[in-house]
Design a protein around this ligand. Structure first.
Ligand SMILES: [Zn+2]
Ligand SMILES: [Zn+2]
Length: 330
């Protein structure tokens, strides 16, 4: 089978490897589509991967069952969660694999075949496209959805999204769909255009306009919620400066340490801050329902490439030109 390998220094190779064998509890998936994630860029630009790739968003057909798998059938269409749990602890029983102490991450999904635990597979309805199936099974819509579960206060009318990369764009699209006014901040003109197209009422280029002052002015004192989706300490600080008194800051972007003041950033302004990581396996039906209720999930996909053009796919994403980028397999 063919499989993408990131060679480091923005290089992409396509290797030929044997089709993997599903172990106990696992299934082999024949990939239909896989999506690129911004979190792969550090590997792409940096050291690369010695084997395989960090791809972790995909949908496809169950090709073969490993020993002891009774929950799926060959030929079934599935989307996959890249994080799987032990299957027996309390969080796993509640479909919260990210909270399992023995959770495991599965990658190398930019390949014609990959293996994944059966309990990490979401059967897809026949009439659901591969594209939407991959997005609501992975980060593409999963992260924005999981974040939305932290922003349920009806007082939240304005949401500022710092960083309109693929995840930030999902936040713009979903928060707009949920009726909020969304402000998006990003260095890339193309990403600001996408944010406007997905419903943002204001987009800010932080090179041209100081975003904290602009957000505080537009919202008359600060947004009720700020989402940090750029993964930078500087934007994390800006979230606390742009959020309204008694507002909430959500951390999406992984990042190094950031210096915050308990007194200034939290106590004297009654500010909340929460983390939001990936999504809960059990949230899939609610994401599917949102899609069916008109959330325009597929809009998030702006670029399609065949596997043979994976190098161009990464280049476009790394250049900040894209929303979600999909690889297609024949
Ligand atoms: Zn990801
Ligand atoms: Zn568990």
């Amino acid at each position: 089978m063919q499989i993408v390998r990131l060679t480091g220094g923005s290089g992409v190779a396509i290797d030929t490897l044997p089709v993997p064998e599903p172990q106990a509890g696992q299934v082999l998936i024949r990939t239909a589509v896989s999506a690129l994630c911004g979190s792969e860029l550090s590997t792409y630009r940096g050291q690369g991967s010695t084997q395989g790739n960090p791809g972790h968003e995909a949908a496809g057909v169950v090709e073969k069952l490993g020993p002891d798998v009774a929950s799926l059938q060959p030929g079934q269409r599935v989307g996959v969660s890249a994080i799987s749990g032990c299957g027996t602890c309390l969080p796993c029983q509640q479909g919260q694999y990210t909270w399992c102490a023995q959770k495991a991450f599965f990658g190398s999904m930019h390949a014609e075949y990959f293996v994944i635990p059966a309990l990490a597979c979401h059967p897809l309805p026949d009439n659901l496209s591969w594209e939407v199936g991959a997005l609501i099974s992975g980060d593409g819509f999963g992260v924005p959805y999981h974040t939305s579960t932290k922003l349920t206060d009806p007082a939240i009318a304005r949401v500022a999204v710092f960083g309109a990369g693929p995840i930030g764009q999902g936040q713009v699209l979903l928060q707009t769909h949920l009726g909020r006014q969304v402000i998006a901040v990003d260095l890339s003109a193309r990403r600001r255009e996408y944010a406007l197209a997905w419903g943002a009422v204001l987009v800010l280029d932080p090179v041209q306009i100081e975003p904290v002052a602009a957000i505080r002015e537009f919202t008359d004192g600060g947004a009720e919620a700020c989402i940090e989706a750029a993964g930078k300490p500087a934007t994390a600080k800006q979230c606390f400066q742009a959020v309204r008194t008694a507002g909430i800051v959500v951390f999406n972007g992984e990042q190094p340490a950031v210096e915050l003041s308990p007194s200034e950033d939290f106590i004297r302004r009654d500010v909340w801050a929460v983390g939001s990581w990936y999504y809960h396996f059990s949230e899939f039906p609610r994401m599917l329902a949102l899609h069916r209720a008109g959330a325009p999930v597929a809009k998030l996909i702006t670029h399609h490439f065949p596997l043979s053009e994976a190098s161009e796919a990464y280049r476009a994403m790394a250049a900040g030109e894209t929303g979600k980028v999909l690889l297609h397999y024949s």
